[in-house]
Design a protein around this ligand. Structure first.
Ligand code: CFM
Ligand code: HCA
Length: 534
C-alpha cells in the first residue's frame, strides 16, 4: 500500500524519489487512465537491467538473421556480449550458409581509436568475403565508433561496390537512445529501406501468405508457431527475425497479413509495411493456451475462409485435448502462487496469461524499456511527448509502392474487422492487470529487493542480471529472456514445457537449503545489560 511505498522510496534523494514515483503505478480501475513515465533516461548510478541501443539493434533484431554476417565494429567486449547470448536458434538447408554461431568483431585497439578504424573495418569485410562469401553483411557500431567519427556508411558503400553484395551499416552506438528500444528502431528503418521488398516475387506461392514479425525464436518458439500455422494452411513468407534470413526478408512484401508478436521491437516495420504495400497487421500473442487460441481464431477471421476456419478449430481442439491433462498436473503445484514478471518490452505482459492459466497471479510487472503505449494502450500514442532522446532516431518516411501496393481487404471490411480483432492495435499491460497490483517501469535492483521483501512473491520472472540475487533471497527465479536454456514456451506444447519448468522450480528441494535474509535476521534487536534489557 501507499505507506509502504513511501517508505521504500524514502531511501532515495528527493529528486530521484520524484523521478521514480512517475515510473510506478498501483493499478486502480476506478481511474480513467493511469499515466506512467517510460522510455526516459535511467538515473545514473541506479542498477538497471536495461541494455543499450547496440544490444537492441545487433543483439535483438539483426542477430538472428542467419544468412548474413553481422560485423560488430568496436572493441571485442561488445562483440562477445552479443554472441549467441540470446539463445535464438536457427537451421539452414545449407549449414554452410548459417553463420549464427560465429562472432565477428573488428576488435578495435587503442591505436584504432586514436587513428580511426575504417581501414580495419574495410579489411575485415574483405576477409569475410574471402572466407564466407555471404549474400549480405551488416555492420553495427558500438559507442567508440560514434565518438571517433568512423564513417560506416562510406566503408559500407565502398565495400558494396567492390564485392557486389549488400553491406548495411547501422549507427546503433550504445548511447544512441535510453535503452535497447532505440536500437530496434534503427534496425527496423534500415531493414525496411534496404532489404524488405528487394526480392523479385510479385505474388506468394501458397495460400494465406503471412509474415511473423517480432518473433525471435528464443528456445525454438517460432518453430512451434510456424508448425502450427503451416498445419492449418498458412504459408509463412518470413519470420522477423527468428530463424530468419535476408533472402526471405526480401520477399516479405508478398504477404497478405503481418502478424505482430513483439510489438515493442517491430511495430515500426508493421506500420511501414501497411503504408507501403497495404498489408494490415494483426497483434498476436502465442504465449499461453488462450493467447494461442485467440491468435489463431483472429487470423482465421481475417482471412474468412471456411476451410481455414474449420481446420483452425480442429487443430485447437486436438492440441487442447492433448495438453489439458498434463497441464492439470502442474496446475496442482502452481495454484494460488504469486509472481513478479519483469521483462524487456513485451514479455512482461505476454507471460501473465500463461501464469494465470497455471493459477499464478502476477502481483508486480513491468518492462525494462517499453514505451507508454505498451503500458497504456496504443491509443495514447498521439499524447506521448517526444523528448530529445527519442527524436534522435529519425522516422523513416515511406510511401505507397506504386507498383506493389495492393489493398488486401476492402476498406469497409477492414473497418468492420477492426471492431472484431486487434488489427493495427494492442492493449497495454495496465489494462489487463488487477486492481492493487503494481506496475513498475525500469525496475532497478534496490526496488527489486525491497518489493520482494514487501510482497514475498513465489516466483520472479526476469533475466540474468537479477536472477541470482533473487534466488539467494529464497525465491525461485525464471529467466524469461533465455528461458534458462529451456523452452520452447510458445503455443500449446510450449505452454506445457513452461508449466513443467515452473512447477519444477517450486518443487525442487533446493529451497530447503536457503534461508531468506528476513528469516535469519532478528525482528527485534537489542543488547542485554546487567540488571535487565535495553
Ligand atoms: Fe521483444 Fe524480445 Fe521482449 Fe525485446 Fe529483449 Fe528478448 Fe525481452 Mo530480452 S524483442 S521486447 S529487446 S520480446 S532480448 S526476444 S527477451 S528484453 S521482453
Ligand atoms: C539484451 C538481451 C537480453 C538480455 C537478457 C537478460 C536477452 O537486452 O541485450 O538480461 O537476461 O534477452 O538476451 O534481453
Amino acid at each position: 500500500d501507499e505507506k509502504k511505498l513511501e517508505e521504500l522510496f524514502s531511501q532515495y534523494p528527493a529528486k530521484v524519489k520524484r523521478n521514480r514515483k512517475k515510473h510506478l503505478i498501483i493499478k486502480d480501475s476506478a481511474e480513467a487512465r493511469q499515466e506512467i513515465e517510460a522510455n526516459t533516461r535511467t538515473i545514473p548510478g541506479i542498477i538497471t537491467n536495461r541494455g543499450c541501443a547496440y544490444a537492441g539493434c545487433k543483439g535483438v533484431v539483426l542477430g538472428p538473421l542467419k544468412d548474413m554476417i553481422h560485423i560488430v565494429h568496436g572493441p571485442i567486449g561488445c562483440g562477445y556480449y552479443a554472441w549467441l547470448t540470446r539463445r535464438n536458434k536457427a537451421e539452414s538447408e545449407d549449414p554452410e550458409r548459417n553463420f549464427l554461431s560465429y562472432c565477428f568483431s573488428t576488435d578495435m585497439q587503442e591505436s584504432d581509436i586514436v587513428f580511426g578504424g575504417e581501414k580495419k573495418l574495410a579489411k575485415m569485410i574483405d576477409e569475410v568475403m574471402e572466407t564466407f562469401s555471404p549474400n549480405a553483411i551488416t555492420i553495427s557500431a558500438t559507442c567508440p565508433v560514434g565518438l571517433i567519427g568512423d564513417d560506416l556508411g562510406a566503408v559500407a558503400k565502398a565495400a558494396e561496390e567492390k564485392h557486389g553484395i549488400s553491406v548495411l551499416s547501422f549507427n546503433c552506438e550504445g548511447y544512441k537512445g535510453v535503452s535497447q528500444s532505440a536500437g530496434h528502431h534503427i534496425a527496423n528503418n534500415i531493414l525496411m529501406d534496404r532489404v524488405i521488398g528487394k526480392g523479385e516475387l510479385e505474388e506468394a506461392e501458397g495460400k494465406f501468405p503471412i509474415n511473423i514479425l517480432g518473433e525471435y525464436n528464443i528456445g525454438g518458439d517460432s518453430w512451434v508457431i510456424e508448425k502450427l500455422l503451416e498445419e492449418i494452411g498458412y504459408t509463412v513468407i518470413s519470420v522477423m527475425t527468428g530463424d530468419g534470413s535476408y533472402e526471405e526478408l526480401k520477399n516479405a512484401h508478398v504477404a497478405e497479413l503481418n502478424l505482430v508478436q513483439c510489438h515493442r521491437s517491430i511495430n515500426y516495420i508493421a506500420e511501414m509495411l501497411e503504408t507501403k504495400y497495404g498489408t494490415p497487421w494483426l497483434k498476436v500473442n502465442f504465449i499461453g493456451v488462450q493467447g494461442t487460441i485467440d491468435s489463431l481464431r483472429n487470423m482465421a477471421i481475417y482471412f474468412g475462409d471456411p476451410e481455414l476456419i474449420k481446420k483452425t478449430e480442429e487443430v485447437i481442439a486436438r492440441e487442447v485435448a492433448q495438453i489439458e491433462p498434463v497441464m492439470e498436473q502442474y496446475k496442482k503445484i502452481c495454484q494460488g502462487k504469486t509472481a513478479f514478471c519483469f521483462v524487456g518490452g513485451s514479455r512482461g505482459h505476454h507471460y501473465q496469461g500463461l501464469f494465470a492459466e497455471l493459477g499464478i497471479e502476477t502481483v508486480l510487472a513491468g518492462y525494462e524499456f517499453a514505451h507508454r503505449d505498451d503500458y497504456e494502450g496504443r491509443e495514447i500514442i498521439p499524447d506521448i511527448k517526444l523528448d530529445a532522446d527519442t527524436k534522435n532516431i529519425p522516422d523513416l518516411h515511406v510511401e505507397q509502392d506504386q507498383r506493389r501496393f495492393k489493398l488486401k481487404v476492402s476498406p469497409e471490411r477492414l473497418e468492420a474487422l477492426k471492431k472484431e480483432i486487434p488489427l493495427s492495435d494492442y492493449k497495454g499491460m495496465n489494462v489487463e492487470m488487477k486492481d492493487g497490483h503494481i506496475i513498475v517501469d525500469d525496475l532497478n535492483h534496490y526496488e527489486t529487493e525491497e518489493f520482494i521483501k514487501l510482497l514475498k512473491p513465489d516466483i520472479f520472472a526476469s533475466g540474468i542480471k537479477d536472477k541470482y540475487v533473487v534466488q539467494k533471497m529464497g525465491i525461485p527465479a525464471k529467466q524469461l529472456h533465455s528461458y534458462d536454456y529451456s523452452g520452447p514456451y510458445a503455443g500449446f506444447k510450449g505452454a506445457v514445457k513452461f508449466a513443467e519448468d515452473v512447477a519444477m522450480g517450486f518443487a525442487t528441494p533446493t529451497w530447503n537449503f536457503i534461508t531468506p535474509p528476513w528469516k535469519n535476521k532478528p525482528i527485534l534487536e537489542g543488547t542485554i545489560e546487567e540488571g535487565g534489557c535495553s
